[in-house]
Structure formats: structure tokens, C-alpha cells
Design a protein around this ligand. Structure first.
Ligand SMILES: [Zn+2]
Length: 155
């Protein structure tokens, strides 16, 4: 039998640091998260939808929004997955340990869903519709990962 050889190709290792602006709305959202552990959404004056994270223009009716609303750090899980295969985390440049949960959370009072990590890694213990709450990092830096993850609120 012919022995098979597994070939790999490496492009070497090279750091490629980069930065980008999160804009006025993103800056306000992240600063409130960092400084006060506050979740800010923005409400459309036309259709009443509340978006988290905030965006400048309503995706439904294209109206510019300016009505900020504070939401509780709790919500409902609308979708989830548990990742079993690692990939390079763009925030750290290192592979994120697996397994980890990832889901979409609809904050109480919001209409959009917010994607983030889940504390729970056992998919059998996660249900769509579960009540979840944000767990904040001790040291926050004005980043989406100032929310460490969402944990399921026991019934
Ligand atoms: Zn709207």
C-alpha cells in the first residue's frame, strides 16, 4: 500500500496590527459599556424599533435615529451554537479554546439581536428562549468584549 504524505504549507508568522473607527454611535455605546456597564440602544422615531448595538440609520425605514435608550443587561436567547473547532480570534491573534458557546441575545426592550459569547458550552443545557444576562469584565477597555459573555439565568 502506498504511504500517503500530508503536506502543509506555512506562510510564516507576521503580525498585522490594525485599527479602525467604530464611529460616533459605536463610540458612545462602547464608552457607556466601559465606564458604566450600561447597555445603550437607539430607537427609530418612525417604526419604534430599538437597535443594540446602536446604528445611525434604521434598516427598516431608513430614518436617521437619535433617541438613545438604556436597556437592562438581560435578555432572551434567540439563537445559539456551540463551536467545537477552533479558529484564530481576531481580537487576540490566538486560537480561542473550544468548545465555546455563541448566541444571539435580544435585550429586554430591544428589537434586534446582539451576537456574543455564551458562558455555557454544553449545547444540551442551552435552549432558545433562555433568559440570559451579561457578565462584564472587571477591567473594561471600550470593546465588545467588555461583556465577557452571557450566562443563563437559572429558573
Ligand atoms: Zn424604523
Amino acid at each position: 500500500m502506498e504511504k500517503k504524505e500530508l503536506l502543509t504549507i506555512s506562510s510564516g508568522e507576521k503580525a498585522q496590527p490594525f485599527q479602525w473607527s467604530v464611529g460616533r454611535y459605536g463610540s458612545k455605546f462602547l464608552a457607556e459599556l466601559r465606564d458604566h456597564k450600561r447597555i445603550l440602544g437607539i430607537k427609530c422615531s418612525s417604526c419604534g424599533w430599538v437597535y443594540v448595538p446602536p446604528r445611525r440609520v434604521c434598516g427598516k425605514c431608513f430614518v436617521e435615529m437619535s433617541e438613545w435608550v438604556e436597556l437592562p443587561p438581560k435578555g432572551t436567547l434567540t439563537a445559539f451554537t456551540v463551536l467545537m473547532f477552533s479558529f484564530v480570534d481576531p481580537d487576540t491573534g490566538k486560537e480561542r479554546p473550544v468548545p465555546y458557546g455563541y448566541g444571539y441575545i435580544k435585550f429586554d426592550g430591544a428589537d434586534s439581536s446582539f451576537p456574543h459569547f455564551l458562558e455555557e458550552t454544553d449545547y444540551k443545557k442551552i435552549k432558545i428562549g433562555a433568559r440570559v444576562e451579561a457578565v462584564f469584565e472587571e477591567k473594561r477597555r471600550g470593546h465588545l468584549l467588555d461583556i465577557k459573555h452571557f450566562r443563563i439565568i437559572p429558573k
